[in-house]
Design a protein around this ligand. Structure first.
Ligand SMILES: [Zn+2]
Length: 120
């Protein structure tokens, strides 16, 4: 499964980004996932949950933001939203189309528990 490898990557990045000894404080990992990335948010969430289940990061959760697909016509510069790859421009009918967004798969933010307010 595609999502399993991605969940593994995310976990690795988080471990590298968070200061040592702070991984147990990770609560929320904010991701931006483009519709063209081929990632199914629900299964990524599921894989990630299984993966952290018996680690010190088991209180972390994913917060996945869907990034819509935006395409741009190279001929007239028209930018438009699409559900998938676009093959022609709705404004001029040109077919030199560039994908501007929708392929992202990135971590935007890692949220740690606020130590002062945390009850254990
Ligand atoms: Zn156009």
């Amino acid at each position: 499964m595609h999502e399993l490898g991605i969940a593994e990557n995310i976990l690795q990045i988080v471990r590298q980004s968070v200061p040592e000894g702070q991984t147990a404080a990770v609560r929320r990992i904010k991701l931006r996932v483009g519709k063209l990335s081929g990632v199914v948010a629900e299964s990524l969430d599921f894989c990630f949950g299984v993966m952290i289940g018996d680690t010190d990061m088991n209180r972390a959760g994913l917060d996945i933001e869907d990034v819509p697909v935006t395409s741009k016509c190279r001929e007239c510069g028209n930018a438009f939203a699409t559900d998938d790859f676009a093959f022609s421009c709705p404004a001029c009918g040109g077919n030199s189309i560039e994908v501007v967004s929708g392929r992202e798969l990135e971590i935007v933010e890692i949220e740690l528990a606020d130590e002062s307010g945390e009850q254990i």
